[in-house]
Design a binder for this molecule. Structure first.
Ligand SMILES: NC(=O)N[C@@H](CC(=O)O)C(=O)O
Ligand SMILES: [Zn+2]
Ligand SMILES: [Zn+2]
Length: 344
């Protein structure tokens, strides 16, 4: 049994840090072991242009603990109004590395999202031209589509056509949750990749719903049945470079989760690489963690891999019941329970 594993420093290709006072808590967590992170732009109001991305980046850097190598990689939030000029400007000035498609109404803070893909065709054309990746929250929002089918419906109704229309556009299908998404990404060309969260590898909908409803497992896309969890496991076991680490750590204050209408999002930044190590060990592929966490992401984005390392040891520890979140509290993933791995 391996009790110690050293990895090139990993990166998080999908995280929510929020804004304001909570950055004092979310940024240090993200910066514990990750070298870089793709910072999701779904603030209220969203990060719509290069200038706003630059300002948000400064607020994040102001909360970065001294001596940490952590670098935030900024993302634009696409709206019906996003123009090709805006893309060219943000890209040209190095203010944003990617742009995010939230179908309007699909998830937390997506009200300003895109109402019909045709509206952003010119922006996508510009992104393909300059090589800026499109990051996608891949769920349809039609009320008649069952919430467990929304990812598959997005592939069938939107993503296939989108990738055919823009064959050179780099696309990251974010936080995939279904066998359908795994199959789509696997059989797609090299410019299409996906992030996978630790919670979708470790859990399925039974964990959320059997024996009582557990709001801290509620996130979007929602946890699916075990068959889909296994398909995500198979994707990482395959070692394919199309799949890489994106935690989708998405903090909400405790009262906003434990409510009659609770918010979607799981917080995992306090123990992200440790939770992935557990998932990979359960799958019997700890040796594949490094490529997934530290190589496939930078390779896809065309960035250098980190050069320093981190070491994980098998040394169980207990996650606190709550963490400070600005002047509120949040309940992290695994609250009050143990995690098998610890970073030295
Ligand atoms: N994943 C979530 O359940 N929530 C995210 C938004 C998102 O990534 O869809 C959030 O911002 O809270
Ligand atoms: Zn999302
Ligand atoms: Zn997210």
């Amino acid at each position: 049994m391996t009790d110690r594993i050293t990895l090139l420093r990993p990166d998080d290709w999908h995280i929510h840090l929020r804004d304001g006072a909570v950055l004092q808590h979310t940024v240090p967590d993200a910066a514990r072991h990750f070298g870089r992170a793709i910072i999701m732009p779904n603030l209220v109001p969203p990060v719509r242009n290069g200038e706003q991305a630059g300002e948000y980046r400064e607020r994040i850097l102001a909360a970065r603990p001294a001596g940490r190598p952590f670098e935030p990689l900024m993302v634009l939030y696409l709206t019906d109004q996003t123009t090709p000029e805006l893309i060219h400007q943000a890209h040209g000035q190095g203010q944003a590395i990617a742009a995010k498609l939230y179908p309007a109404g699909a998830t937390t803070n997506s009200d300003s999202g895109v109402t019909a893909l045709e509206k952003i065709w010119p922006a996508l054309e510009a992104m393909a031209e300059v090589g800026m990746p499109l990051l996608v929250h891949g769920e349809v929002t039609h009320p008649e589509v069952d919430i467990f089918d929304r990812e598959k419906a997005f592939i069938d109704q939107q993503l296939v056509a989108l990738t055919e229309r823009f064959p050179t556009l780099k696309v990251v299908f974010e936080h995939i949750t279904t066998a359908d998404a795994v199959d789509f990404v696997r059989s797609a060309p090299g410019n299409i990749a996906a992030t996978i969260t630790a919670h979708h590898l470790l859990y399925n909908r039974n964990h959320m719903l059997v024996g009582g409803i557990r709001p801290h497992f509620y996130c979007l896309p929602i946890l699916k049945r075990q068959r889909h969890q296994r398909a995500l496991g198979d994707a990482v076991v395959s070692g394919s470079n199309k799949f890489f680490l994106g935690t989708d750590s998405a903090p909400h204050a405790r009262h906003a989760k434990e409510a009659a209408c609770g918010c979607a999002g799981c917080y995992s930044a306090h123990a992200a690489i440790e939770l992935y190590a557990e998932a990979f060990e359960q799958l019997g592929v700890l040796d594949k963690l490094e490529a997934f966490a530290s190589m496939h992401g930078p390779d896809f984005y065309g960035l250098p891999r980190n050069t320093d390392t981190i070491t994980l040891v098998r040394e169980p520890w207990t996650v606190p019941e709550t963490l400070q979140f600005g002047d509120q509290q949040l309940v992290p993933l695994r609250a009050g329970e143990s995690i098998q791995w610890r970073v030295l």
